[in-house]
Design a protein. Sequence first.
Length: 632
Amino acid sequence: MLFYKEVSLHDKLHFYQERMGMTENYREVIKQKLTLLPDQPGCYLMKNQEGTIIYVGKAKVLKNRVRSYFTGSHNTKTHHLVSEITDFEYIVTGNNVEALILECNLIKKYHPRYNVLLKDDKTFPYIKITHEEHPRLEITRKVYRDKAKYFGPYPNAYAAQETKKLLDRLYPMRKCRTLPEKVCLYYHLGQCIAPCEFEVPSAEYEKMIQEITRFLGGGHEQIRDELEKRMLDAAEKLNFERAKELRDQIMHIDAVMQKQKITSADVTDRDIFGYFVDKGWMCVHILYMRQGKMIQRHASVFPYYSEAYEDFISFVTQYYSENPALPKEIYLPEQVDEAADLSQALEAWLKVKVYTPMRGTKKHLVEMAVENARMALQEKFSLIDRDEARTVKAVENLGSWLGTPAIRRIEAFDNSNIQGTDPVSAMVVFIDGKPARKEYRKFKVKTVVGPDDYETMREVIRRRYERVLKENLLPPDLIVVDGGKGQISAAVDVLENELGLFIPVCGLVKDTKHKTAQLMSGEPPEVVPLPRDSQEFYLLQRIQDEVHRFAITFHRETRAKSMVASRLDSIPGIGEKRRKQLLKHFGSLKKIKEAVLADFQPLGIGIKLAQTIIDALREEDTAVESIIQEGS
């Protein structure tokens, strides 16, 4: 059984004392700057110790809002944000509309870590009819001013893909990105008019584009009726094969359109927003109505750090900056009095009518969105509470199983190599049962030749904990190595006999299927009878899977770079210096192979050597392809 030296506790206290000293200096600077804040609207940018912008907010009165972060009490989440703030800047604007737009632009520019609500929501997909001689349909998440037609946004990629599949069956537009030399399978299926083979008049494309536009604009029922008439005509003429094709197309329209849930009397496109807050978190729920029909919904859950309604409006602003296809109307829930002009600012910027319904069906729709937001947030809390309770309990019990004091910080190691080539190692850190990814570390093995896992472990443990001692870093409460007795003994020998550190070490042994099977600890190492269905075992399994993933990823990156280097080094006339120049200039082997002779001139490489490089890389690829074909 292994124990800490008392000095490790002293090191921890020293670390926190230094941190507190630095914090006091930053607080004095902030205190002085708070007295200079103006009574005007604008945006503020919070910075951490490295000068990185970690939060962007807006305010009607900058002085009141920014001061509120540094006075009074906060919940744990906001306190964590404030504890990282060491400086701030502000930008004064003329009014709330300008502040709203500026906040949106600053978040898109800096991607602050604590503005999760505004930067994590992905852009939604659109269906696009390209503006080309031979147009085609495609799914895109970017809207450009390229004269193409865009329809959407669709709440999820599946809805967009299903609609595009249906349109591909109904309208035989071009499917290939580049025209092939001869007709493809789509032509034989009747889903392409083959502009690669036949002359297609622009009027035919125009007719299809108009029908697709009508379909996506809500006219699918009319198109369905037309298809049904054509199906009956084909059946009367005994053309049953064509009638069957038309019947299948009608069935596809019904399948895609039957998902619509709620209808209204008019055919106005609306987005209905609702939000709910609890425990420092917000859920925004959006209901999408198109052509008077409710077609989909979308929920986003995130922590918020300002006033609830203001952060909600910020979310809506950022949402439409990323998804510029606007509905005719936007419905928002009832607002608080002091933020009443925010919805007006949003309306002025979007140039779309923004309503806050007070009665009737429209108010009912907003209440539905709010209720959905409440349920989504409660569901998230239930999952978090259950998972956190299990994880905390597992961490608490793990020390009891190992016979050690309480465990908070765990550092785990894994080695990776292929028959000793490009050996690397990786370390992951878990604090209170959760990964602390900023503290992960990678190691290129320097002293070990060949596949020697024990010596690799000794080198990596030595390098890591020499640095812990030298830089006065916080030591872990437990070290986890990938392996059994040999790896544990190697780590313990370096820690105790070379570095004088007494840190508990345990090993995770895998079975034949490369799954975590046993926990070993102690000196000499013995199996710890930890039940495989326990939360403690599950926690260790997660740690081992994570460190293995991290090590394998690092090894693949290292091996890929090594393979690139070896391919270039084998070419006569290419040394280390030229290899680095080539890779820096072109970026990859693929781009070197695709280059023309003139592309090498800026590097001072003549035509003869340039041709040698291109030929060597292409010949090598041809040889590899021949081997593959022979093997198959």
